[in-house]
Ligand binder design. Structure first.
Ligand SMILES: *[C@@H]1O[C@H](CO)[C@@H](O)[C@H](O)[C@H]1NC(C)=O
Ligand SMILES: *[C@@H]1O[C@H](CO)[C@@H](O)[C@H](O)[C@H]1NC(C)=O
Ligand SMILES: *[C@@H]1O[C@H](CO)[C@@H](O)[C@H](O)[C@H]1NC(C)=O
Ligand SMILES: *[C@@H]1O[C@H](CO)[C@@H](O)[C@H](O)[C@H]1NC(C)=O
Ligand SMILES: *[C@@H]1O[C@H](CO)[C@@H](O)[C@H](O)[C@H]1NC(C)=O
Ligand SMILES: *[C@@H]1O[C@H](CO)[C@@H](O)[C@H](O)[C@H]1NC(C)=O
Ligand SMILES: *[C@@H]1O[C@H](CO)[C@@H](O)[C@H](O)[C@H]1NC(C)=O
Ligand SMILES: *[C@@H]1O[C@H](CO)[C@@H](O)[C@H](O)[C@H]1NC(C)=O
Ligand SMILES: *[C@@H]1O[C@H](CO)[C@@H](O)[C@H](O)[C@H]1NC(C)=O
Ligand SMILES: *[C@@H]1O[C@H](CO)[C@@H](O)[C@H](O)[C@H]1NC(C)=O
Ligand SMILES: *[C@@H]1O[C@H](CO)[C@@H](O)[C@H](O)[C@H]1NC(C)=O
Ligand SMILES: *[C@@H]1O[C@H](CO)[C@@H](O)[C@H](O)[C@H]1NC(C)=O
Length: 478
């Protein structure tokens, strides 16, 4: 039995944001009042090459954002399935007297040391077509936890891991996360959300969708996919992965479940995977990371501390993640990333191709793998809150519909990869990089490879054990 206890290990930080401009598409429902669902269409709006990014030495991380209106003001915020709180950088805005200060302050510290801190307020909010009379948020003027001119973050995970909810627990204020409020205010809205993340960097493909309470008509087959049970007791969007397939070879085991006592035999080879839109890249424990990247000819350590390795730019990897017997292939474009680095003061620079999953042991956070945007760009993902929220009566689950045709992606890789390298160099060349922006991109990388997820308070492995027993109980019941 594992006796380690998990005390606030600083996770690698992966920052992600979803860039979405609300595009008002006709809902298929005839009755618009009250709204039955909402759909925000991501446009390729997150300019990965804005000043901030250039400052970060050719980072190019895409963030996925949407607008939320709070107290009458619109804020462009990151959408994060890895956390549960709403916070806003209100620096240049003035909250009206209709926004109330609860007088209770709280702080969210992310793994990259950025912080959102301030008093919790409650105010009216609109998100898509949903209106919430009283939404709690952290008023965090001047927060440094934004990366691309975004103004905050909406956490889309469970109430159980909400700082705000627990801080307001014994007060008369309602500390529920945004989606919980939407589902309780609009009881006819089905309590799920969906994501289709665009592979928008460098214009290779564009588009993407975020919905609440409806599925995108182009991808409705997601509702026919296997329901991947969420390990509900872990209170995050964590599902059990069978393993991964690398060049036709299966890899499994070597995760937390193989170490935790009391886990049934058929589950011991599985791994706990967090689906996190707030993580730009992803993490794999060493056993899996080695299988994916370990045999690449010409791989070199670039920045050991941050888990960055340079690989030849024609590196083409064939990897799938397996849930309940179904393979979800990852486009080889999502298995490597571009990074520009160098000492620009002498006019030289270098574009490197590097790994897009970083090696990391996340077991002290209570799971094994982070499937961030590099995975999520390959699926249409439905997150059903189930009985985590009041209107649901079955346990929470995830459904994934693959959007990547493995052989097609393989066949197109050489052309698309060459195109992205060319576009990357062009875009980077538009900036007059100087020595002030030179140096290693560690901070940029720290953001890309760190979870935009609050550091968890210590969690004992018994929670995992308990959660998995409950999970197993559910899986085996009719
Ligand atoms: C948010 O609103 C602003 C102002 O209307 C707009 O410029 C921006 O594109 C919107 N962002 C998103 C992600 O919709
Ligand atoms: C909001 O509702 C209108 C109809 O009232 C609909 O046309 C529009 O698509 C909805 N917007 C969103 C973001 O769902
Ligand atoms: C607020 O305005 C100041 C001065 O223009 C600017 O430096 C700062 O970045 C702005 N903050 C936000 C969050 O927009
Ligand atoms: C963010 O601000 C906090 C304090 O407000 C500071 O401790 C931390 O180092 C800052 N992090 C970054 C990345 O700027
Ligand atoms: C979170 O979940 C744990 C385990 O299920 C439970 O003990 C705890 O009370 C929950 N906390 C909140 C704030 O709901
Ligand atoms: C709320 O009250 C309960 C019971 O007294 C206590 O255990 C808990 O710590 C309190 N929560 C907060 C945030 O004060
Ligand atoms: C989902 O499955 C049902 C029943 O098998 C079928 O009628 C329907 O066409 C399927 N929907 C999609 C979008 O595949
Ligand atoms: C896993 O897939 C099998 C069929 O391959 C199905 O019978 C089973 O219900 C699925 N498990 C879950 C939890 O959906
Ligand atoms: C520029 O500087 C880098 C780092 O200091 C060095 O490796 C490189 O050789 C230099 N290039 C030229 C052309 O001087
Ligand atoms: C959700 O449903 C499952 C199965 O019926 C049950 O074991 C679990 O306690 C329920 N959870 C909540 C929070 O009601
Ligand atoms: C790197 O150097 C090449 C050749 O001088 C130039 O074309 C390109 O724009 C530069 N890229 C960056 C990011 O400075
Ligand atoms: C780079 O320098 C050129 C020439 O001085 C200038 O025209 C251009 O606007 C600069 N680009 C940026 C992004 O500052």
């Amino acid at each position: 039995m594992l006796t380690r206890s998990f005390a606030c290990a600083i996770p690698l930080i992966l920052t992600e944001a979803v860039s979405a401009a609300p595009l008002h598409l006709p809902s298929r429902r005839e009755n618009f009042d009250p709204p039955a669902s909402t759909r925000l269409e991501f446009v390729n709006a997150a300019n990965p090459f804005n000043f901030d990014v250039v400052d970060l030495d050719g980072d190019g991380a895409i963030i996925y954002v949407a607008n939320i209106t709070v107290d009458g003001i619109s804020y462009e915020v990151q959408l994060d399935t890895g956390s549960s709180d709403l916070w806003l950088n209100t620096q240049n805005t003035t909250l009206s007297s209709a926004a109330s200060d609860t007088g209770i302050s709280t702080t969210i510290v992310y793994g990259d040391t950025t912080v959102a801190t301030g008093d919790i307020y409650v105010a009216a909010a609109q998100f898509g077509n949903f209106s919430i009379p009283s939404q709690a948020f952290i008023n965090a003027p001047g927060s440094n936890a934004t990366s691309d001119n975004d103004l905050g973050l909406i956490g889309l995970s469970t109430r159980n891991i909400s700082e705000i909810y627990s801080s307001l627990e014994n007060t008369s204020y309602d500390g529920n996360p945004l989606l919980y409020n939407i589902f309780s205010t609009y009881p006819n809205v089905s309590n799920y959300m969906t994501f289709l993340l665009a592979r928008s960097n460098l214009g290779i493909t564009e588009g993407g969708v975020f919905t609440i309470g409806e599925v995108d008509s182009g991808w409705s087959a997601v509702q026919n996919q296997t329901k991947i049970p969420v390990v509900a007791g872990l209170q995050q969007w964590i599902g059990l992965t069978d393993g991964i397939v690398v060049n036709g070879k299966n890899y499994s085991g070597h995760g937390l479940l193989s170490e935790v006592e009391g886990v049934p035999k058929d589950l011991r080879k599985k791994t706990l995977s967090l689906l996190d839109s707030g993580t730009s890249l992803g993490t794999l424990p060493p056993h899996y990371w080695d299988a994916v990247y370990g045999n690449i000819e010409g791989i070199e350590v670039y920045d050991e501390e941050n888990g960055i390795f340079s690989v030849p730019c024609d590196t083409k990897l064939n990897v799938s993640i397996v849930f309940n017997g179904t393979e979800y292939p990852i486009n080889p474009l999502d298995l490597t990333q571009l990074m520009t680095t160098g000492n620009f003061s002498n006019g030289t620079n270098e574009t490197l191709c590097v790994n897009a999953f970083v090696p990391a042991d996340m077991s002290d956070q209570g799971f094994d793998i982070i499937l961030g945007d590099t995975f999520m760009r390959n699926v249409y993902a439905l997150f059903n809150f189930g009985n985590w929220t009041a209107s649901g009566d079955e346990p929470p689950f995830i459904q994934l519909l693959s959007t990547t045709n493995q052989s097609e992606a393989w066949a197109q890789f050489d052309d698309l990869n060459a195109a992205r390298i060319q576009q990357w160099n062009q875009l980077m060349g538009q900036y007059n990089l100087t020595s002030s922006s030179s140096g290693k991109s560690s901070s940029a990388w720290a953001r890309k490879t760190s979870r935009m997820t609050p550091i968890q308070t210590s969690q004992d492995v018994s929670a995992v054990e308990e959660a998995v027993k409950t999970y197993n109980h559910w899986v085996n019941s009719p």
